[in-house]
Design a protein around this ligand. Structure first.
Ligand code: FES
Length: 256
């Protein structure tokens, strides 16, 4: 069930170029947030940036009732959010959307493929499946070295390969190039990132079991406004709402 929470900022720090990590403390209800879900955060004051921004959940500390979000400053809303301080209280709907169905699937090895601001939700996923005994390999793509974050955090959970578009850190190229080079073994893959990357990944791994998480600008965030629809891939001319039926979908379930 989605709750409207008043979340107090307990930490805010820039961890890479234009990239902010924020830790938010709320009620005990936020403990139920799962990997893949997001917080729909209201940014700004009445009359200014009134739209909410969907920001994926990067981690949850259940004991302290703290949720970690990582976001990129890409417009006035996220710019406003980035300027908030420790002690400020923000309004968030949490937890929104679907999660990676890790309780319903059995696997020994997982491949995580993240791009840019699609990397954070994979961290909470990696932590949870590692706890279940799954061997985790991560391939994380960024524009350049100054955008890289969470390399050591992922490396603590398994093999972590970084790729940058300009080659200033790790492999040069795209995450799909690294999949080719490493040819990793896995039972399921999980991917989150920009749509072109998800398209390339799901096309390359079309015969494999996997889940993708779609990043999209949203309106209501709770399935009421149809601002986030995406066509289904079953020939029915149907559609899914990314905010409610997603953001996590089975790979090839929707047309990207
Ligand atoms: Fe309103 Fe998805 S954002 S239906």
């Amino acid at each position: 069930m989605i709750n409207k929470e008043l979340l107090t900022i307990v930490e805010t720090i820039q961890i890479a170029k234009e990239t902010i990590k924020m830790r938010l403390q709320g009620s005990e209800k936020i403990k139920h947030a799962k990997p893949g879900q997001f917080v729909h955060i209201k940014v700004g004051n009445e009359g200014s940036h009134m739209l909410r921004r969907p920001i994926s959940i990067a981690d949850v500390n259940q004991d302290q009732q703290i949720v970690t979000i990582i976001f990129k400053v890409i417009g006035s809303g996220t710019d406003h959010l980035s300027k908030c301080h420790v002690g400020d209280v923000i309004d968030g709907l949490i937890p929104c959307g679907t999660s990676y169905p890790i309780e319903q699937i059995t696997m020994d090895k997982a491949l995580l493929i993240g791009g840019g601001i699609g990397v954070p939700p994979l961290y909470y996923l990696a932590k949870q499946i590692k706890e279940q005994g799954v061997e985790v390999t991560s391939i994380l793509g960024f524009q350049s070295s100054e955008h890289v974050f969470y390399q050591s955090e992922f490396a603590e959970l398994g093999k972590c390969h970084i790729v940058t578009n300009d080659g200033t850190h790790g492999f040069q190229g795209f995450v799909t190039d690294v999949i080719d080079q490493l040819d990793p073994t896995f039972d399921y893959y999980f991917s989150c990132g920009p749509t072109p990357m998800l398209k390339a990944v799901s096309s390359k791994l079309q015969d494999r079991n996997g889940y993708i998480s779609i990043e999209q600008r949203m309106g209501c965030g709770i399935g009421a406004c149809y601002a986030c629809v995406v066509p289904t891939n079953d020939g029915s001319n149907g559609f899914k709402k990314i905010c409610k039926d997603g953001p996590v979908f089975e790979a090839n379930e929707v047309v990207l």
